[in-house]
Design a protein. Structure first.
Length: 434
C-alpha cells in the first residue's frame, strides 16, 4: 500500500508533534510516524519540562525567550480553548546558582541583548529570598560516597534569578496538545509503526517504508526520532558530513517530598539549577520536588546502544546520589529509603546543542540532539523547521547562506546556522544546561 503526502515526520514526541503541526499549518499534507502507541510516550514523558533562559549561546537564549511566550499563550498556540484539557505554564522563577561552567557575566550579557529580565543575588540576597537554601560553595561536585562530599563550605555563592522562568505542568499532555492541533490541521498519524527503510532516488529522499508494508511517498522527511534518530540517519545513509555527533544517554528524574520551608509564604518555590553540586530541582505542585542531575564529571554517564532496552525505573544508586546532593543544598529535605522516579533516554549532541538542519540527502531534515534541554523550545522548533524546509525546498543553500527565522512574539531573528550539523562545537557548559 502506498500513500502520498508532502512531508513525513518521524517521531511523536513534543519536537515531532510541534514540527508536524507547523508544517501542516503552513499548508502541507503531513504524516507522522512513531513506534510507540501515542504522542509524547517516549523521552518527552520523562522530561522535567523546565522553562529557563540560561544558555551558552545567543541563539539558544533567544529561542528559549521566544518559546516562553508560546507557553504563556498556549491555547492560542495550539488553536484550542483552555477548557479543552491543555498543559499549563507555571511561572515560578528560576534560580541559577553560581558555578564556574556558567559564568554569570557571560549569561547576563546574553540576557541584556535578548531582553530577558533578571536579578543578581549575592549570598546574603540568596539566603533572604530562599531561606531553605544552604548558600555554601561546594565546587567541584563530588561523589556522595566520598568523605569530601560532606566537608564544610569555606565560601558562599550567589545566584542569577529570572522571574519569568518556570515549568510546564505536564510534558506528555503538551505533546498531545500539539498532536491534536496537528490532527485538526489534517495530519495523519501512524502509531505503533516503525520505519524500516528510507526510500531515496539518488541524492533525493522519496519517503519511508513502514513495518506494516505501507510506503509513505513524500519529497520531505524530518527525523525527530529522539534517541532513535541515529538509527534513522543510518537508514537514510546520512551523517558522514556531520561534525556534531548524537548519541542516546539514559537519565533519571526523582520525586521527593519538598521541605516545609521550600515554599515561601505559601507560594511555589522556584526551579533551582545547581551546577555547583551537580543537580537541579523544581517544584511538583506544592508538596513535592523533582530532582535531576547535571552530569557532573565525578559521575559516570550511562550511554545506551539500544534505547528500547533502557530500564525505565529509578535506581537506588542514582536516587541516593541526586537526592543527597539536593539535600545538601536544602538541609530540610529528607532522603527516603526507597527510590521514586522515572528514567528516560536523551538524544545527546556532542556539545549539548541541538541539530535543526538539512542533510546531504536532499529533502531529509533533522531535529535531533535535543539533549534533555529542548523541551522548553519545542513550540518554536516546529516553526524553525517549517521555515527551514520551505526555504531549502525553494532553492536556498542553507549551508552557504543560513536560513534566518523571525520570531512571532519577540521579533528577534534566529540564525539557524547556529544549529547546523556542520558547525564547530559550541562552547557550552558540557551538561544538560546547554
Amino acid at each position: 500500500m502506498a500513500e502520498t503526502v508532502d512531508a513525513v515526520v518521524v517521531g511523536g514526541g513534543v519536537i515531532g508533534c510541534s514540527t508536524a503541526f507547523e508544517l501542516a499549518r503552513s499548508g502541507l499534507r503531513v504524516a507522522l510516524v512513531d513506534k510507540l502507541g501515542g504522542a509524547g510516550q517516549g523521552s518527552t514523558s520523562a522530561s522535567s519540562a523546565i522553562v529557563r533562559f540560561n544558555y551558552s549561546t545567543l541563539d539558544g537564549v533567544t529561542a528559549a525567550w521566544e518559546s516562553k511566550d508560546c507557553w504563556e499563550n498556549w491555547p492560542d498556540h495550539v488553536e484550542a480553548a483552555a477548557r479543552d484539557g491543555l498543559a499549563r505554564y507555571l511561572r515560578t522563577g528560576v534560580v541559577f546558582l553560581d558555578a564556574p561552567p556558567a559564568p554569570r557575566d557571560r549569561v547576563t550579557a546574553l540576557f541584556d541583548r535578548v531582553g530577558v529580565p533578571y536579578e543578581e543575588w549575592d549570598a546574603a540576597a540568596l539566603a533572604r529570598h530562599l531561606p531553605a537554601v544552604d548558600t555554601g560553595r561546594f565546587w567541584p561536585p563530588k561523589p556522595v560516597g566520598d568523605d569530601a562530599f560532606f566537608t564544610d563550605a569555606t565560601a558562599h555563592l550567589g545566584a542569577l534569578h529570572t522571574p519569568d522562568g518556570g515549568y510546564v505542568s505536564d510534558p506528555q499532555l503538551a505533546a498531545l496538545n500539539l498532536a491534536w492541533a496537528a490532527e485538526r490541521r489534517g495530519t495523519r498519524f501512524f502509531f505503533n509503526t516503525e520505519v524500516t527503510d528510507v526510500v531515496r532516488d539518488g541524492d533525493r529522499v522519496r519517503g519511508v517504508r513502514l513495518s506494516d508494508g505501507t510506503v509513505l511517498s513524500a519529497p520531505v522527511v524530518v527525523n525527530a526520532a529522539g534517541p532513535w534518530s541515529g538509527a534513522l540517519n543510518r537508514l537514510a545513509g546520512v551523517g558522514a558530513e556531520f561534525t556534531v555527533r548524537v548519541r542516546p544517554m539514559r537519565q533519571e528524574v526523582h520525586q521527593v517530598a519538598a521541605p516545609d520551608d521550600y515554599h515561601p509564604e505559601g507560594r511555589s518555590g522556584p526551579v533551582i539549577a545547581d551546577l555547583d553540586l551537580g543537580t537541579y530541582l523544581r517544584p511538583e505542585g506544592h508538596g513535592f520536588l523533582l530532582v535531576g542531575g547535571t552530569e557532573p564529571e565525578c559521575d559516570p554517564l550511562e550511554w545506551v546502544d539500544e534505547p528500547d532496552k533502557a530500564d525505565p525505573r529509578a535506581t537506588v544508586s542514582l536516587f541516593n546520589a541526586q537526592v543527597t546532593r539536593a539535600a545538601r543544598r536544602l538541609p530540610g529535605l529528607r532522603v527516603p529509603g526507597r527510590p521514586s522516579g522515572i528514567a528516560g533516554v536523551y538524544d545527546v549532541a556532542d556539545d549539548w546543542t541541538p541539530l535543526y538542519d538539512r542533510t546531504d540527502l536532499d529533502g531529509f531534515y533533522v531535529a535531533i540532539g535535543t539533549s534533555g534541554n529542548q523541551f522548553k523550545n519545542a513550540p518554536l522548533v516546529g516553526r524553525l523547521m517549517t521555515t527551514l524546509v520551505h526555504e531549502v525546498e525553494a532553492g536556498r543553500d542553507h549551508d552557504a547562506e543560513p536560513v534566518r527565522h523571525t520570531c512571532e512574539h519577540t521579533g528577534h531573528v534566529i540564525n539557524l546556522g547556529a544549529f547546523s550539523r556542520k558547525r564547530p562545537l559550541t562552547e557550552s557548559t558540557g551538561t544538560v544546561m546547554g
